[in-house]
Design a protein around this ligand. Structure first.
Ligand code: AMP
Ligand code: MG
Length: 357
């Protein structure tokens, strides 16, 4: 009988210290034996954003406890684990190093294979934790650090269709909330207060909406929110600005996702599209409802990983570890932390001066 594979996953790329033990079951989805996430919202709240040095210090203080708890909760001994997977990038180097080093130490000490995982591959494969989705599928990854459309062709095989040329969507939500004094993290705050405002009150820009394929841009929108926020004097207007921001994001994602679906169909020759929406921003209900409308128009089925697997977590890292291990994609101990690590290495770099769209 084929042995079930069990992995310990570790994630410290940004502001979540996380560890999980995952086993692949016979239906090729996951048995989540433990999934521990310690968020650092309190540490960063006063700054309205993640401060790398503070994040790294919190990871160092928590990591041993979190890994130990994940192992204890799973009721699996280290001997029963087939491999250790830790996020190696992209992310904050000072943070990544914490998880990477402890992962390597456990692997060396227990003589288990070690895998340095691309955080984005973790998100890309995360729906497989719950549902077996056949390749290829289209991924919209929207998080605090990334906003991309990708064709997920297989494990380790990705084609980028579009990306942000400036800010990530989660970052735009966080900055908007900060400018309006709505709280941190900004996404849930903007979503909450939008409901009390008039979404049509402010006409905000929709950057590169009619060009550059399914590439995205949010910097101009953020600047417009800053400009308008300086003029407003009461809470009602503040909520209307938040609502107008959310409404504008919905319009941008509707249009760009429609383009991405078309490109996916052209490239894969598939008539039906499976779209996976992942990353922290995928928790936004308004975005979900808006994409649901699109999916009915264009013959597309949308999948959202469960909320606990949308934001940063180690279950998806262990899962990517299992998938790579099965393809014998095992790393050496010299794998190092990378701040930038695109899934599609052939995709053009889309940031910085001189960019032509
Ligand atoms: P991640 O980078 O995957 O850990 O996700 C964190 C990002 O998701 C932050 O920028 C949050 O503001 C954003 N986020 C979380 N929940 C929501 C929400 N309900 N609406 C919009 N953005 C959200
Ligand atoms: Mg995070």
């Amino acid at each position: 009988m084929k042995k079930e594979i069990t992995f310990l996953g570790i994630e410290t790329s940004c502001d979540e210290t996380a560890a999980a033990v995952i086993r692949e079951n016979k239906t090729e989805t996951a048995e989540v034996l433990s999934n521990v996430v310690s968020s650092q919202i309190k540490e960063h709240e006063v700054y309205g954003g993640v401060v790398p040095e503070l994040a790294a210090r919190a990871h160092m203080e928590n990591i041993e406890y979190i890994v130990d708890k994940a192992l204890r909760d799973s009721k699996v001994s280290l001997e029963e684990i087939d491999g250790i997977a830790a996020t190696a990038g992209p992310g904050l180097i000072v943070c990544l190093t914490v998880g990477l080093n402890i992962g390597k130490s456990i692997a060396a000490f227990s003589k288990k294979p070690f895998l340095g995982i691309n955080h984005l591959e973790g998100h890309a494969l995360s729906p497989g934790l719950e549902t077996k989705i056949e390749f290829p599928y289209l991924l919209l990854l929207i998080s605090g650090g990334h906003s991309q459309y990708l064709i997920v062709k297989d494990v380790n095989q990705y084609e980028q269709l579009g990306t942000t040329i400036d800010d990530a969507l989660g970052e735009a939500f966080d900055k908007t909330a900060k400018m309006l004094g709505l709280g941190f993290p900004g996404g849930p705050a903007v979503e909450k207060f939008s409901k009390f405002g008039d979404k049509n009150l402010f006409k905000l820009p929709e950057p590169i909406i009619n060009r550059a394929g399914c590439n995205l841009s949010f910097a101009g929108l953020k600047t417009a929110v800053l400009r308008e926020s300086k003029k407003i004097s009461n809470d009602k207007l503040k909520y209307s600005l938040a609502a107008s921001f959310q409404f504008t994001i919905n319009k941008i994602l509707y249009k760009k996702t429609k383009i991405a679906i078309k490109e996916f169909k052209n490239k894969t020759k598939k008539k039906e599209v499976k779209l996976v929406v992942a990353g922290g921003v995928a928790a936004n209900k308004s975005i979900r409802e808006n994409l649901e409308i699109l999916s009915k128009e264009v013959n597309c089925k949308i999948f959202y990983p469960d909320l606990k697997f949308c934001g940063d977590n180690a279950a998806m890292i262990a899962w990517a570890g299992i998938k790579r291990f099965k393809k014998k994609l095992i790393d050496d101990m010299d794998v190092s932390a990378k701040s930038r690590w695109p899934l599609d290495i052939n995709a053009p770099y889309m940031k910085g001066p001189g960019l032509k769209l």
